[in-house]
Design a protein around this ligand. Structure first.
Ligand code: SAM
Length: 393
């Protein structure tokens, strides 16, 4: 089977392939495309869907020339999805999935499903494996949200990889009835309900500590857990719940994504230092003074009164300016060009400083608590093992 996230090179007129339409850098539209779909209306005009079909992902729509058609990756879906709740952004979901050691063919539980951002990233992580067995079991107790996500997953061709269950994991745990198709509620008392024996669990809900006691040990593998909590009070309760069980390797981390941008700054010809805080402050003062001078000049010209001390200050400023002029250009800092700042010095007159961090990366900071539930310990089995070792000695 072809992964729904591996872009087929050509979109066919028959398919209803989910696609991401790139309108502007910060405006992406997720849309299933088929020959019968409605024309796409944007603020740049209307596009017939036929002009978006049969072109490779990554290419530009030709009739108007600035709309791109992109493959429906979880990253692009996260940036374009309709928000019904807070969502998990890519920096967090990628870190969480790697720490949960999710691999193709595994079963992962998530609760709550919310807007389905994490769901899409999780599907890609479990996709494939022996007999394409990987599965995401997604619990959501809000009926409309569950139904809406079910429709989106169908549109995106992911229904067979995600089982959406309308249920309260704090009240009723993680059991479900596998024979029911639509989101449905099952109680643990339902004779057809089963516990899915997951490899990993991701909890993004307000009371993870109430859901943790409902997680069962596995006789086949360890269970890896992550709780995504916006406040430290939740973290404390989560730790208490984990320590009451057999959880191990309990750890809470907070991700902080900052891409530092290195710029160059003019070197001080006297001290050799780069610009200091005081120097920046001086610059601000000079700017403020210049502004005031312009205002004063205006008032003078229009015959308004000006305070004596203000005039003294202006005279002082003028003197300072002409002194600086006399000191000559070599005493002043060279004026950096944009290339100097971005690409670095050609003259040795600039030195690098780390001055800014990327402000635009979308992420929603939360505390991430990880823990592992080891394989179920069996006293009988251990006794047998010990006896076997003794016999073989
Ligand atoms: N992880 C989701 C995403 O990336 O789009 C966002 C999850 S949202 C912050 C939390 C969701 O948990 C809400 O939709 C809420 O209805 C659901 N929820 C809260 N408590 C729940 C519970 N006990 N059982 C199931 N779902 C629950």
């Amino acid at each position: 089977a072809v992964s729904p996230f591996l872009a087929p090179p050509i979109l066919t007129t028959e398919s209803t392939t989910p696609s991401i339409i790139h309108i502007k850098r910060d405006q992406l539209l997720a849309k299933p495309l088929s020959a019968s779909a409605e024309p796409l209306t944007t603020r740049f005009g209307s596009f017939p869907v036929s002009s978006l079909l049969n072109i490779p992902y990554g290419s530009q729509e030709e009739s108007k020339g600035f709309v791109y058609i992109l493959a429906p990756t979880p990253e692009l879906w996260t940036t374009s999805l309709p928000h019904r709740t807070q969502v998990v952004y890519t920096p967090d979901s990628s870190y969480v999935l790697s720490r949960l050691r999710v691999r193709p063919g595994q079963t992962i539980i998530e609760a709550g499903a919310g807007s389905g951002s994490f769901t899409h990233a999780a599907v890609r992580a479990i996709y494939g494996g022996p007999e394409g067995k990987g599965k995401v079991l997604s619990f959501e107790f809000h009926a409309q949200r569950a139904e809406r996500l079910r429709e989106e997953l169908k549109d995106h061709g992911l229904s067979q990889h995600v089982k959406l269950i309308e249920g309260d994991v704090c009240e009723d745990g993680f059991t479900f009835n596998p024979s029911l198709d639509k989101p449905h509620t099952t109680k643990p008392t339902d004779p057809d309900s089963v516990y899915p024996d997951p490899h990993a669990i991701f909890l993004d809900l307000p009371s993870p500590h109430l859901a943790i006691p409902n997680i069962r040990e596995s006789t086949k593998h360890a269970v890896h857990l992550c709780c995504f909590s916006p406040c430290v009070e939740q973290v404390t309760k989560t730790h208490t719940a984990l320590h009451a069980g057999r959880w191990q390797s309990v750890e809470t981390v907070e991700l902080s994504h900052r891409r530092l941008e290195v710029y160059y700054t003019p070197k001080d010809t006297v001290s050799g230092d780069c610009g200091s805080f005081n120097e920046a402050l001086d610059k601000l003062k000079v700017l403020a003074r210049g502004r005031r001078e312009r205002i004063e000049k205006g008032r003078w010209a229009s015959g308004q009164e000006v305070d004596d001390t203000e005039i003294d200050q202006m005279v002082e400023d003028k003197k300072a300016k002409s002194r600086a002029k006399q000191e000559g250009p070599q005493q002043r800092r060279p004026k950096p060009t944009l290339n100097d700042l971005k690409l670095g010095p050609k003259t040795g007159e600039f030195i690098p400083v780390i001055s800014r961090y990327e402000p635009e990366l979308k992420t929603h900071t939360s505390y991430l608590t990880f823990a592992t539930l080891p394989i179920k310990w069996d006293e009988e089995e251990e006794k047998e093992c010990k006896e076997k070792v003794e016999r073989e000695k």
